[in-house]
Design a protein around this ligand. Structure first.
Ligand SMILES: C[S@@+](CC[C@H](N)C(=O)[O-])C[C@H]1O[C@@H](n2cnc3c(N)ncnc32)[C@H](O)[C@@H]1O
Length: 228
């Protein structure tokens, strides 16, 4: 069974797509996709020997050698044009940006990125959108006390406000229970910090964060317009 995070990524994958998982590591996602015949083509890419060998072994143990291709290579460097869907999960935004920038011409044939970055999500949204993609689906979840935001970008153009880049256009629109609960917890944390600090600049920045989150979760449209 996949973890909640990997299951969320799995659910964002289109049936019959040709998918490459960059940094496939253990291969859990690819193995589940292959077992359920969800994709036409599957490719696992790893650039480190240990994880690559683990990937080969896991594919062999599951008798999926005829369903999952593998590549010991860096990022998108060996991705061929039939792979229109790219998953990059469990890395930071700096590394994800580097992987994409290092093979920038491959975005001509890539239609979809499904990305789970654990840092600088706002920067990631702006970067991928600047390459000619729009944010078509987003999920936020908490697992083992870690918050994950998983974003599906599809080729296309869209404009977003600063608030949408920060909190996620789909997440703000959908306001799922997970989204509300995660930001209510964040509010409690920020309010607690504000109580225990005396630095006026820090207090001001905390208060802005608090107002921003309250405006979003309690739908204070006037405030959202003011901070856009
Ligand atoms: C933390 S693991 C995440 C594994 C899996 N994608 C997941 O989300 O559970 C990150 C993996 O990405 C691989 N990786 C990092 N940079 C890479 C690159 N430029 N090309 C290929 N693999 C990379 C690492 O070797 C590591 O196995």
């Amino acid at each position: 069974m996949l973890s909640k995070r990997l299951q969320t990524i799995y659910d964002l994958v289109d049936e019959n797509s040709n998918l490459a998982d960059i940094g496939a590591d253990h291969g859990f996602l690819l193995i589940e996709l292959a077992k359920n015949n969800k994709c036409n083509l599957l490719l696992g890419v790893e650039n480190k020997k240990g994880p690559y060998e683990k990937l080969l072994n896991d594919i062999r143990i599951n008798s999926l050698k005829n369903k999952i291709f593998t590549s010991f290579s860096d990022g998108l460097s060996k991705i061929t044009p039939e792979y229109k869907t790219i998953v990059i999960a469990g890395m930071g935004t700096d590394n994800i940006k580097k992987i994409i920038k290092d093979s920038i011409s491959s975005i001509d044939f890539i239609n979809t990125f499904i990305i789970d970055s654990h840092t600088k999500i706002e920067e990631l949204r702006k970067f991928v959108v600047s390459l000619g993609f729009k944010i078509s689906q987003e999920k936020i979840l908490k697992e083992d006390n870690i918050v994950y935001e998983i974003i599906r970008f599809d080729k296309g153009s869209a404009t977003y406000s600063d608030i949408q880049y920060k909190f996620g256009p789909c997440l703000i629109k959908e306001k799922t229970n997970d989204f509300i609960n995660i930001y209510k917890e964040r509010l409690m944390w920020l309010k607690n910090k504000r109580k225990n600090t005396s630095n006026p600049d820090f207090i001001r920045s905390l208060e802005l964060d608090i107002k921003e989150i309250e405006a979003i979760i309690y739908e204070n449209q006037c405030f959202i317009k003011k901070i856009k």
